[in-house]
Write a protein that binds this ligand. Structure first.
Ligand code: GLU
Length: 306
């Protein structure tokens, strides 16, 4: 039996978009008889107390998880061991470029716009030594491809750039793309359901997984919740967190109902939604959220139920 997962960054309370993605990840895992794991992606962007709030919120909406919660901050040794292995295979090099250096270097010929141009890929030992005196190095993957393809359950075959992406940041912290690949593989996760803002990262991650001899998971990148301007839902959009909405006397179950409705699923319970769940019928367009309207709708429902 494989596993799916939800892997939030503890940067604040969960909002409607995060919860909707969590519900989708749960539906995909449970409808395929997989375990469902929770991983806290606390490499950075950590806000004190956010992890506990997020866990309480996931419980409040009725999502159940298997196994123990994994925290990336407790696994640095594991990530660095993998980097050591890659170093032995000559697949890692130090990079001294700042963001500005990379922007000014422009793209290498034949490389995709925005791809790392390879400035530090072939520095001599003397050049490395000189640069190391000026800036701490990040570690990059010496990628042997320019692009890689993955299969996504919703998007189909998807190909995107694989450049020499960062494995360890120049502040010494493991990079997201490294940690996510190792964690998914070591946890037996073979189904990755997450927002489609990460679709373009999937080829990099799958390529790294292939180098490490890991099985490449099934990918499902789901449409995000966006505000009326087409931007990712965020704090500025008003009452978008479960915390804020329930402060108005709305029950978490009513919030779940709205989220299930937005997915075209029966809204009576997660269980009813699970029974009716068919990926082929999922909306492919982003869910446009107008928080004011949702809160109004939920409040009038709540007062009717009282
Ligand atoms: N931690 C990421 C986020 O909260 C998700 C990473 C993933 O699912 O691979 O956006």
């Amino acid at each position: 039996m494989g596993a799916g997962r939800f892997a939030p960054s503890p940067s604040g309370p969960l909002h409607l978009g995060n919860l909707r993605t969590a519900i989708l990840a749960w539906l995909f895992a449970r409808s395929t008889q997989r375990d469902f794991l929770l991983r806290v992606e606390d490499l950075d962007r950590v806000r004190s107390g956010a992890e506990a709030t997020q866990i309480a919120e996931l419980e409040a909406v009725g999502l159940n998880f298997d196994g123990t919660i994994l925290r990336q901050s407790e696994r640095f040794g594991l990530y660095f061991d993998v980097v050591e292995d890659l170093k032995k295979r000559n697949l890692v090099y130090p990079c001294f470029c700042s963001r500005k250096d990379i922007a000014e270097a422009g793209s290498a010929p034949h490389a995709a716009p925005g791809a790392y141009p390879g400035t530090c890929r072939n520095l001599s030992p003397d050049e490395r030594e000189a640069k190391a005196k000026i800036r701490p190095a990040a570690l990059r993957l010496r990628s042997e491809v320019n692009e890689y393809s993955v299969h996504d359950v919703l998007a189909g075959k998807y190909t995107s750039t694989v450049d020499d992406f960062v494995l360890v940041r120049n502040d010494g912290a493991p990079a997201y793309n490294l940690a996510v690949v190792i964690d998914d593989a070591l946890s037996g996760i073979d189904q990755v359901v997450r927002g489609d803002d990460l679709l373009s990262s999937a080829p990099r991650q799958a390529y790294l997984a292939s180098l490490l001899g890991y099985q490449i998971p099934d990918y499902v990148h789901v449409a995000l919740a966006l505000n009326s301007k087409g931007q990712r839902l965020a704090k500025r959009d008003g009452a978008v967190t479960l915390e804020e909405i329930t402060e108005h006397g709305v029950r978490p179950a009513d919030v779940v109902a709205i989220l299930l409705e937005s997915l075209g699923l029966p809204s009576t319970s997660l269980q009813a939604a699970l029974e009716a769940f068919d990926p082929a019928n999922l909306p492919r367009e982003p869910w446009i959220v107008e928080p004011e309207k949702i809160v109004q709708q939920l409040m009038s429902q709540a007062s009717r139920n009282r």
